[in-house]
Design a protein around this ligand. Sequence first.
Ligand SMILES: Cc1cc2nc3c(=O)[nH]c(=O)nc-3n(C[C@H](O)[C@H](O)[C@H](O)COP(=O)(O)O)c2cc1C
Length: 194
Amino acid sequence: MKVFIVYCHPSDDSFTRHMRDAFIRGIEDSGNEYIISDLYKMDFDPNMTEQEYLRDAYYRTEPDVADDVLAEQEKINSSDAIVFIYPVFWTEAPAKLVGWFDRVWSYGFAYGDKTMKLLDKAMILCSAGNTTEHLEQFGLLDSMKKVMLGDRLFGRAKETGFVVFGSTSRENELREQNWDSNLQKAYDIGKNFF
Ligand SMILES: Cc1cc2nc3c(=O)[nH]c(=O)nc-3n(C[C@H](O)[C@H](O)[C@H](O)COP(=O)(O)O)c2cc1C
């Protein structure tokens, strides 16, 4: 299986980057292959142009999709699975990844008379500063799942998963305490989910 990883974090000095690397080691050990878009390293432009907006809001196919968007769409359609790895920012994905969806999930690709393939699997791996109990208690985890699984991925993959690594903010002592077990968990998902 070929896995397309969409990774979005502004810093290499982060739990999320280590979690991504552990996940990739799992993919490699499973014998599957992967490709990756590192949105910050690529300097991916998350801003929709007015022309793109008019095309997507008015269900037109003109103008053609931009080259950077086309490249992402080709990565999706050449893969069997997609994985999103990011830190939670204000109960959402970072703005760059939100903008990736705005532009890459375009009319004629992800909706309308769409050319996006039905993926076998999709997985979301995100890190959060809050405890998972807090995210559950206030309905925040549910909101994130609804947006990612119930909207962005809805009907676009046969099997989906959403894993949040909570308590990973720097002032939380659980960040260090759970570091190795969290990386092991990310490795296991990479090794066994695909
Ligand atoms: C701008 C910003 C917004 C954040 N918003 C949230 C949030 O809404 N909920 C949450 O649990 N953590 C939030 N966090 C914490 C991040 O998820 C945090 O970066 C992560 O858990 C720690 O992992 P890292 O070392 O990979 O950055 C936020 C962090 C930043 C910088």
